[in-house]
Every structure is written in C-alpha cells, then in structure tokens.
Design a protein around this ligand. Structure first.
Ligand code: HEM
Length: 202
C-alpha cells in the first residue's frame, strides 16, 4: 500500500480533472458525430447521470479507503466537483434536451414523479457543497460548520441511489451494484464504528 500511496502523492490533482472530463468528451463527440444510438437525448441524459453517481460514490469512498491504508484524500475535492459538474449537466440535459424547456411539464414532474423529486433533492444537496469547495470557504465558515455542511454529501448519495432505484423498471446487475455500493458506503460512514480494543494492560 505504501508504494500506491507514494505514487498517488506524485499525481497532480489536475490529472484527475482531465481524466474525469474524458467521458464528457466522448458524449460531446457522440452528440456531434453520431454514435449515441437511436435515442441520443436519452443516451446523453443517462450517461451524465451515471457519471455523476460514479463520481459521488468515488468521493464518498475516500475516507473508508483511508481507514484501510490507501490515502487518496488529495483527490476528494476533484471527485466531488466532477460529481457536481456531471449532475448539473444531467439536470441541464433533462431541462433542455428532454423536456425542451416546457416549464409547466417540468413543474408537474417535480411534484408528481417521485424519481424526479428525489433526484432534485440530490442536486440541491450538492449545491452548497460545490459553493463551499474553494479553499477560503473553510476559513470563512470555520472547520466545524464546514464539516457539518459537508454531511449533505450523505443526503446526495442517498438521493442518487434512491433516484436510480425508483426510475429503473428492471433492477439490472449494475443498478444493484450502485445501490449496494451507495448504501454500503453510507453504512460505513454513518454507523458507529466498533469500539477499538484497548491494549492489554501490562
Ligand atoms: C444526485 C443527483 C442525481 C444523480 C446521482 C442522478 C443519477 C441518475 C442515474 C444514474 C440515472 C440512470 C442512468 C441510466 O439509466 O444508466 C439517471 C436517470 C435520469 N435522471 Fe437523474 N440523477 C440525479 C438528479 C436528477 C435530477 C435533478 C433530475 C431532473 C430533475 C434527474 C432526471 C433524470 C432522468 C429524466 C433520468 C432518465 C430516466 C429515463 O431513463 O427515462 N436526475 N439519473
């Protein structure tokens, strides 16, 4: 593990941003030159949503990974911001490409369709996290308040997996894997850790 940590320390964070933007590049390429299948709008919308969920899961996995010795904490902000970018674009694709800016239909969906409501809760939970992701925010807010606010990441991931479960008519293996990973990571982060064993007295 030490070698992996040493390697990770040498990787500049911009590399994560660049790699994280590659799937977006493929989607833009596919939209411009074709290759997104018979329903490109759905392919874009789903592709963006799935990447958003993947980056959310990756950012939430950083702390449990550190507990087992793999320190990727330097990349957490990049992963969180990439998650926000993809979810924001996913929402934009829904508003613009899928709903065609028909605001009354969107308002109806936002009150009637549970998966849309839950998705929106997830997006709203991510907004303050993205807004306070810059270095000065911790200084201004104080570390305790910043940490409390960033617990919203748990709500975002819960909303993300519930959104996926609700909209999936068939629970494919990938849906099950996402739901299990999301709930598993939440359990690891939120359930009390088993009491540490005290060293035997001499
Ligand atoms: C944390 C926020 C969100 C996450 C992580 C997320 C993630 C996802 C995922 C993984 C999918 C399924 C992709 C697939 O089928 O492979 C999806 C589909 C979808 N999401 Fe979201 N989403 C979020 C928020 C939203 C919001 C705010 C909206 C709209 C208000 C929205 C609307 C949709 C729609 C319309 C679909 C496609 C449903 C279909 O297949 O017809 N999502 N989303």
């Amino acid at each position: 593990m030490d070698r992996v940590n040493a390697f990770a320390r040498r990787v500049p964070t911009w590399v994560v941003y660049v790699l994280g933007l590659v799937p977006l590049g493929f989607l833009v390429w596919g939209a411009v030159f074709g290759g997104l299948g018979p329903d490109p709008v759905k392919a874009i919308e789903r592709g963006l949503g799935e990447r958003g969920l993947q980056f959310l899961l990756a950012s939430l996995a950083i702390t449990p990974l550190r507990r087992v010795g793999l320190n990727l904490i330097r990349f957490r902000r990049a992963l969180g911001l990439l998650a926000f970018l993809y979810v924001a674009l996913h929402l934009t694709a829904w508003v613009w490409l899928d709903m065609g800016l028909r605001w009354s239909e969107m308002a109806a969906d936002l009150t009637k369709r549970p998966f849309v409501i839950v998705g929106m809760i997830g997006f709203l939970a991510l907004l303050p996290l993205a807004a306070t992701s810059w270095n000065g925010a911790i200084r201004r807010m104080g570390a305790a308040a910043w940490n409390r606010l960033h617990k919203l990441a748990y709500l975002a991931i819960l909303a993300g997996v519930v959104h996926l479960a609700l909209l999936s008519k068939v629970w494919t293996t990938s849906v099950l894997v996402y739901v299990a990973l999301g709930l598993g990571l939440l359990a690891v982060r939120l359930l009390p850790r088993p009491m540490q064993r005290r060293p035997a007295s001499a």
